[in-house]
Design a protein around this ligand. Structure first.
Ligand code: ZN
Length: 556
């Protein structure tokens, strides 16, 4: 059988040049859906012939249809043809090829399936239903109750009992321990305490404490190497009022950033019930308002300890400010169906050589942080109906910074989540009423249901990535000479299961998110060739396990 099939391709050398290259040879003849004629004729009106090798053996009509979805396909059973017929067929095909008009669609659409949402994992969906706006309300209310969480208050001895940032740190630590108790001690609850030397917003050496909890990868059928992958969610528990050096005055910090801490705690509470392959880290950092000091220390610790940290979600001001409009005729322009996700496009740690490559090839929209942002959008399509991130292709807002930057500076992918429209009367302000306007970052301006939506988006992303087979490694183009195709090679993540597949993704260079997809059904060999020019699109690849959990996308 193979002899005859191979014989055809040997007689049609031109066909190899327009088709896919692969040792597995299939010939497909595809008719536009408008043409109902069975069979093929040269110069048939509306005739579109796609002939060539496919990168996999086409075993079914459905598989061929998925591959060339705009077409009705007809597979020729070449082995059943007589040898003489093969010769006649070959000659006619050659003539036909010469008369084929250019395809109506560009090559990068012909061989594509649209990117579709992955099915929900019932275990993850179940965990998301456990996220509670009431619980978030209690968390934020308790954090506000510490009066001030100004980082400098850690050194003050004259605060009323139960007030100040040290009391807040103790309470967060206790929350993680309680969550751990509920899952049979599944969390390692830790303090990262250090003395910050004098700095611009730190007038004397000051003790800072980051509080965090580690949920080690524990999927029973997962390779131990998979547990080394880590994904982290963080918010800052320090707060401030108008004067960033005021260690005593009220600084409720309900939205900025008790809301983010509530997201970390809520993710820990619901995800600690799952058995995931990779490791999750739930964090509350201090010192953000003094200059990202806590996160800088933790990011450096992660680097020094060799954490294989593949994604950091920084939630800062995710309260969904509820301030009513000043008059009934005004519109607040607030949105409750989305959260902004900011990400860097050029890695903060890119070397001059890497920056040159990014500039030369137009890759400024494809840093690992940007892929992390896209993974959040992807998780939303599966898990958070009616709520989706709004991806912003910049590291942060004008004149602002955040803890994700500390992780970016150590070379980690990290994004920032912030509500749609901030109210600056309720950030970094002394609590007061002036001309009838209430100032201060107070509890009544937080929308707990909105924070719950943000928490679900975080949890869906963390769980999906932690359950996935891990990001493909060493993704490269075969660069042997100039050609109009694209051959990708990659390696599986360490300890990736065998029963996974890969999804090659691509998009137009001006498109914000992945548009097209091609499934490589076998995990090995880790290479694929598509007749699509890498000059015209951006390519990426992700690994997908048998349950549909998708890894982060890696780009060549
Ligand atoms: Zn903040």
């Amino acid at each position: 059988m193979m002899t005859k099939t191979r014989g055809v391709t040997q007689q049609l050398p031109q066909i190899q040049n327009i088709g896919f290259r692969s040792p597995k040879v299939n010939v497909l003849i595809l008719f536009p859906k408008t043409t109902r004629t069975f069979g093929w004729k040269a110069n048939h009106p509306g005739f579109a012939l796609v002939l060539g090798e496919t990168p996999f053996p086409v075993k079914s009509r459905q598989q061929a249809a998925a591959f060339h979805h705009p077409f009705v396909e007809t597979t020729m059973h070449l082995p059943h043809l007589r040898r003489a017929a093969v010769g006649v067929l070959s000659a006619t095909l050659l003539l036909t090829l010469a008369s084929i008009p250019a395809p109506a669609q560009p090559d990068y659409q012909l061989h594509a399936a649209p990117v579709a949402a992955t099915p929900a994992d019932p275990a993850i969906a179940g965990a998301l239903t456990q996220i509670s706006a009431d619980h978030i309300h209690q968390t934020i209310q308790t954090l506000v109750g510490f009066g001030t969480r100004n980082t400098l208050s850690s050194m003050e001895t004259d605060l009323p009992p139960g007030q100040g940032i040290n009391a807040a740190a103790g309470w967060i630590f206790a929350q993680f321990e309680a969550i751990s108790k509920d899952c049979g001690g599944c969390l390692e609850v830790k303090r990262d305490t250090f003395t910050n030397p004098v700095a611009e917003r730190i007038p004397k050496p000051t003790t800072l404490t980051n509080v965090y909890a580690i949920l080690r990868g524990s999927s029973p059928d997962s390779d131990p190497a998979q547990a080394k992958r880590m994904y982290l969610v963080t918010g800052h528990y320090d707060s401030r009022n108008t004067d960033v050096l005021d260690a005593h005055g009220a600084a409720p910090g309900a939205n900025d950033d008790a809301s983010g801490v509530a997201v970390s705690l809520e993710c820990a509470r619901v995800l600690s019930k799952l058995k995931l392959s990779a490791t999750l880290v739930f964090v509350a950092v201090a010192g953000e308002e003094q200059g990202l000091n806590g996160s800088a220390h933790l990011a450096k610790l992660a680097k020094d300890e060799g954490w294989q940290l593949e994604g950091v979600l920084n939630n800062d001001i995710v309260g969904g400010n509820t301030t009513p409009p000043a008059s009934p005729n005004e519109e607040t322009l607030q949105r409750k169906d989305t959260v902004r996700v900011f990400s860097e496009g050029i890695p903060a740690t890119a070397t001059p050589e890497q920056e040159r490559r990014i500039r030369n090839l137009g890759l400024a929209d494809d840093a690992p942080s940007r892929q992390l942002a896209r993974a959040m959008a992807d998780a939303a399509r599966t898990y958070t109906t009616g709520f989706a991130p709004f991806l912003v292709a910049r590291p942060d807002r004008y004149l602002r910074g955040g803890d994700h930057t500390s992780f970016n500076r150590e070379g980690f992918a990290a994004v920032r989540l912030t509500e749609w429209r901030e109210d600056f009367n309720h950030q970094h302000q002394n609590v007061r009423v002036e001309n009838g306007v209430q100032y201060g970052d107070l509890l009544p301006f937080v929308d707990f249901a909105y924070v719950a939506s943000v928490a679900r988006l975080n949890a869906a992303t963390l769980a999906t990535l932690a359950a996935s087979p891990g990001t493909p490694q060493e993704v490269k183009f075969d660069m042997h000479g100039l050609n109009n195709g694209s051959t990708l090679t990659w390696k599986a993540a360490d300890g990736a299961p065998k029963d996974i597949h890969y999804e090659i993704l691509w998009r137009e260079t001006t498109a914000p998110d992945w548009q097209y997809s091609f499934i490589v059904s076998s995990a090995s060999p880790a290479t694929a060739t598509l007749p699509i020019s890498k000059d015209n699109v951006i390519f990426g690849i992700r690994a997908v396990d048998s349950k549909g959990h998708r890894s982060l996308v890696a780009t060549p």
